[in-house]
Design a protein around this ligand. Sequence first.
Ligand code: ATP
Ligand code: MG
Length: 243
Amino acid sequence: MIEVYHVSKQYLNNINVVNDVTFTVEKNQIYGLLGPNGAGKTTLMQMIATLLKPTSGTIMVCGMNTMDQAREIHRHIGFLTSEVRLDPYSTPNKLFDFFGKLYGLSSAKIRDKKAESFERFGIGPFTDKKIVELSTGMKQKISIAISLIHDPPVVIFDEPTNGLDILTAYQVTEYLRELGRSGHAVLLSTHIFSVAESLCDKMAVIIDGRIVAEGDIPEINAQAGAKSFEKSFLNLYKTHHKE
Ligand SMILES: Nc1ncnc2c1ncn2[C@@H]1O[C@H](COP(=O)(O)OP(=O)(O)OP(=O)(O)O)[C@@H](O)[C@H]1O
Ligand SMILES: [Mg+2]
């Protein structure tokens, strides 16, 4: 459902921050992008979500090209990024209504989605509180619920558990696991090994904009010549990172 072919991205300085990246994410698959700070994960995800244009290469989402079907693609993806900020003076209740209407959902559908997500993420007691008064974890859970309000088949989450405590991170990873089992294609980025290891069916290790290893954990360990995933990552980093 996500197809990325030979995609590169340069910002103004002629450096490929994403460099000839090719991979696909299938239905019922959770695919992880694992890479250090500055590896190009967010840039890559923003291109898949049609918010940035690749310098070269092709990206297809649900069979549609990101270069000419951006509007339609938006209906098919749920995108979560740390750059998205909720209006601090709005409330969860109002934000749900706003985004629900933006996606053209009926009032009944918005009401059902609200009830379902508020229940799942324990948002209920905070429904009418201002965003500015909520904790990081609660804001993150609201962002996640809103990003999926239109039931998209493709889920793209950039560092979904960043800044969350263990319990909240667990709720989020369990939710992603469920999405991965129920017909969705899930792409997530992380630099937390345990998240990658426990959640992802397949992973790409990205160093300096390039995929340097791809597969499940045993496959990546074999490619990196190491016994643990952490050691594999360090080996790959030493081999591929250019100063
Ligand atoms: N708008 C921009 N203009 C110029 N360079 C940028 C821009 N956005 C990102 N970069 C550079 O592109 C590279 C990749 O950044 P990106 O944010 O995609 O990495 P990342 O893997 O998401 O990192 P992190 O783990 O820190 O979130 C970095 O070197 C960054 O400085
Ligand atoms: Mg990033």
